[in-house]
Design a binder for this molecule. Structure first.
Ligand SMILES: Nc1ncnc2c1ncn2[C@@H]1O[C@H](COP(=O)(O)OP(=O)(O)O)[C@@H](O)[C@H]1O
Ligand SMILES: [Mg+2]
Length: 330
């Protein structure tokens, strides 16, 4: 596929409710995501932009401070920066409340210590982030948004998040199967005498409540991941846009990202090559840079011939505020 003008990208994405912007650090993901969001909002389409990169800079681009909850940038544009720490703290506070309901009070200090350590376990924040992303993803349309745009962390992280709903779905299935096996054991246990019952069911009479609660949380999570996974794989719903610059490392990373996405049966909708300079320069240094970019552009169009490629030129200054952002694409 040949190079396309950037306004074609905007119309290509006009009918996509869910847009993911991914790519290497510093290539212009946040700028691209904010520009698309500003453009759609200017067209009178209600848009939500969600930053999932822990190194948030979305607020800076809009000249404002953003939070874990939505902030209105203008009547058609809401923005938020997901904070994994807040999500994890809320989750564990809920778990602690549940446990306090049935646990022996003497055990609570130990349990609290265990929960405190679990919060910083590897993957806890990632899982929390994923669940929150999925929640925004599946509820955006009902909340009245024509578009939800995710400004994501550098490629590796984004891909994991995109592929995780399936993994988490399988993991939840495993847990549910285990819960069902244990429930069967329990029903056998109720027919045994009290001594044997205590061996099989050491939590005693409170156990069934806990099981039911755990199963219901898992069931809800499973439904959420299944819905999110279905949306992510539906090309009429989700567009994945990879942003890169015409440099060797972003080219290599984009090639890896595409093959990982394809492995997960996800296809990028478009590739944006950002920060290009004009092919003819007066200064020899800049002429050399321009020539190098042209060479790399040839490699890029050759390597990614299956995808529409959109060049975006380097602007004189950083692009901040919805006015300037929406102009980037027009
Ligand atoms: N086309 C462009 N013209 C001028 N500056 C740009 C352009 N694209 C990005 N930038 C600047 O480059 C820096 C990195 O962009 P950013 O969107 O934050 O990248 P990422 O989110 O991929 O890390 C920012 O200072 C941004 O303003
Ligand atoms: Mg960014």
């Amino acid at each position: 596929m040949a190079l396309c003008s950037i306004d074609v990208l905007v119309s290509q994405l006009a009918t996509q409710p869910i847009i993911f912007i991914g790519g290497k650090g510093g290539v212009g993901k946040t700028t691209t995501a904010a520009a698309l969001a500003s453009y759609h909002a200017n067209q009178g389409k209600k848009t939500l932009i969600v930053s999932t990169d822990p190194a948030h800079s979305l607020g800076d681009v809009f000249n404002t401070t953003l939070h874990h909850e939505k902030t209105a940038i203008n009547p058609y544009l809401d923005a938020l920066e997901l904070n994994p720490e807040i999500i994890v703290n809320r989750h564990f506070a809920q778990v602690e409340r549940t446990i306090t309901g049935y646990a022996n009070p003497d055990m609570m200090p130990k349990i609290r210590e265990h929960l405190r350590l679990s919060k910083s376990a590897p993957g806890a924040q990632e899982a929390a982030m994923l669940e929150s992303m999925c929640q925004h993803l599946v509820t955006a349309a009902d909340a009245g948004y024509a578009h939800i745009i995710f400004d994501t962390a550098p490629t590796g992280h984004t891909l994991r998040l995109l592929v995780l709903p399936e993994m988490m779905g399988a993991w939840t299935d495993g847990l549910l199967a285990q819960q069902r096996r244990q429930a069967k054991l329990r029903s056998v246990a109720t027919h045994l005498d009290s001594h044997e019952k205590d061996i099989i069911n050491p939590f005693g009479k409170h156990q069934p409540d806990r099981w039911e609660q755990a199963v219901s949380v898992l069931e809800q999570r499973k439904v959420l991941f299944r819905q999110a996974g279905a949306l992510l794989h539906d090309r009429t719903q989700t567009a994945i846009v990879l942003v890169m610059t015409a440099d060797v490392l972003p080219l290599a990373e984009t090639a890896r990202a595409i093959s990982q996405l394809e492995e997960a049966k996800l296809t990028p909708a478009a590739i944006v090559v950002n920060q290009l300079i004009k092919p003819t320069q007066t200064d020899p240094f800049w002429q050399q840079r321009a020539d190098r970019q042209q060479q790399l552009m040839n490699d890029i169009t050759h390597s990614f011939s299956n995808y529409p490629i959109y060049p975006v030129y380097l602007q004189q200054t950083d692009i901040r505020g919805t006015e300037a952002l929406s102009k980037l694409f027009s």
